[in-house]
Design a protein around this ligand. Structure first.
Ligand code: CTP
Length: 420
């Protein structure tokens, strides 16, 4: 018995979205098999267009078997069907993963010496490119210029991930995980259908996510229930809209979003030290993290032992910095849009929205995303619902939906407030 995928592609016309998967000659070509599987299993109609050198790494039978379609690298196969024009023209999305430095150069210069580069020239749909190469090649001025040219032309070029490269070296240049490239593809396709553009290109955004830990001793800490899911959804959504994204992640084991720079922290002090300098050059900062408001005054270097007389230790706390308040009230750039989150329950001093309005004013941010947590349902859930309050008096209701949907609603409000 077959089961349907959680990510089943849905088009308003009922047609399967048409995707061209370009694969170029890097060792990460094998990871494109997983991307292909995810695309086909979620209902996309995928044609694989490898380059000749990609076939040195993964052969044509693999691509043909996984896509259920014939595979060609040149423009001389099936000429009567004019594939060098038809593939690009009929695609809803072209994704190139991995993209080598050579392919970036050929695409940037408009060369058309194989089927993939012809497809890139004829495509009028969104194009996503996931480069993978050694750090030196990625950092070379020629590659930097080619990436800049492609981005200027509206191509979504994802930043490579950091980590182990071919051989023994590590650095920037890894292909992001296939599941994360798949996520970008589905978001770009969905936004393309809605006629939306890459409206965060050229913008640097900072997102914090997760819950901080405040250590009592080397093994114990005070923590909270934040899963980091909403912050990661915000980072993914921003990357899919073309932003340069810094994600300051506290204590999550969620997969690293494609094209996003992840800074790992544990405590509120570390989170502050990561967010504040990054915010200085940011167009927007979204504080989705749950930083602990207090930390133990003393952190024991050794594990705290039970007392022989059975008495419990008392823990004295001191206040942590309020990061949102600091970046809102001491802005390095006046135009930075600052967004806070508030989980409220309402009490006898006011309703959820009244307390949230007061918090928005107290924190000094531009937008406050308010969750009513009276039922306790938000933590770790894939869904969320919220009201986005603006310091300008605006209030936008976002009905219950995925955290990705809320993320895009937040970015919509941010984009409205960005200055040139
Ligand atoms: N926040 C922060 N630094 C802290 C605590 C919170 O930057 N030390 C940010 C959170 O990331 C969130 C917002 O502030 O965006 C709201 O957090 P919340 O805990 O609701 O605010 P508090 O000022 O602690 O309000 P309350 O008195 O209701 O606890």
């Amino acid at each position: 018995m077959s089961t349907s995928s959680a990510h089943e592609a849905a088009s308003p016309t009922g047609a399967r979205p048409v995707v061209v998967l370009g694969v170029t000659g890097g060792i990460a070509a094998y990871k494109a098999c997983e991307l292909l599987r995810r695309l086909t299993e979620s209902g996309h109609d995928v044609t694989v267009v490898p380059t000749e050198s990609a076939l040195e790494f993964v052969g044509a039978p693999t691509w043909a078997a996984l896509s259920g379609k014939p595979v060609a690298t040149d423009v001389w196969t099936d000429v009567h069907r004019v594939p060098h024009v038809r593939l690009g023209q009929s695609a809803d999305l072209v994704v190139v993963a991995p993209a080598t430095a050579d392919t970036l150069a050929r695409a940037a210069h408009g060369l058309a010496d194989d089927l993939l580069t012809n497809t890139l020239l004829t495509a009028r749909c969104p194009v996503v490119v996931a480069p993978a190469m050694h750090t030196e090649m990625w950092e070379h001025p020629a590659t930097r210029a080619n990436v800049a040219t492609l981005r200027e032309r509206g191509v979504l070029v994802l930043e490579p991930a950091e980590g182990r490269l071919t051989g023994k070296d590590t650095g920037k240049g890894r292909l992001p995980e296939p599941g994360e490239i798949f996520d970008v593809c589905t978001q770009v396709l969905a936004r393309g259908e809605a006629g939306s553009t890459l409206d965060l290109v050229g913008r640097h955004v900072v997102v914090s996510a997760g819950g901080t830990r405040e250590y009592l001793d080397p093994v114990r800490f005070l923590g909270n229930r934040s899963s980091g899911l909403q912050g990661f959804a915000l980072a993914r959504a921003a990357a899919a809209r073309g932003a340069q994204v810094t994600l300051v992640a506290a204590n999550t084991s969620l997969p690293e979003p494609a094209g996003v720079t992840v800074v790992r922290v544990e405590t509120t002090a570390q989170l502050r030290d990561a967010v504040v300098p990054a915010a200085a050059s940011a167009d927007a900062v979204v504080m989705a993290a749950a930083p602990a408001d207090f930390r133990p005054l003393d952190v024991s270097e050794a594990k705290i032992k039970k007392a022989a007389d059975g008495s419990a230790p008392s823990i004295e706390l001191q206040q942590n910095p309020d990061v949102l308040h600091e970046i809102s009230t001491r802005r390095a750039r006046p135009g930075t849009v600052v967004v806070g989150f508030a989980a409220e329950t309402g009490d006898d001093t006011g309703s959820v929205l009244e307390l949230a309005r007061a918090k928005l004013a107290r924190k000094g941010c531009d937008l406050l995303v308010v969750n009513d947590v009276s039922g306790g349902a938000v933590f770790g859930s894939p869904d969320n619902e919220a009201v986005i309050l603006g310091a300008d008096g605006a209030a936008t209701d976002v009905p219950r939906g995925s955290k990705t949907t809320l993320a895009h609603a937040i970015w919509d409000e941010v984009v409205r407030r960005l200055q040139d």
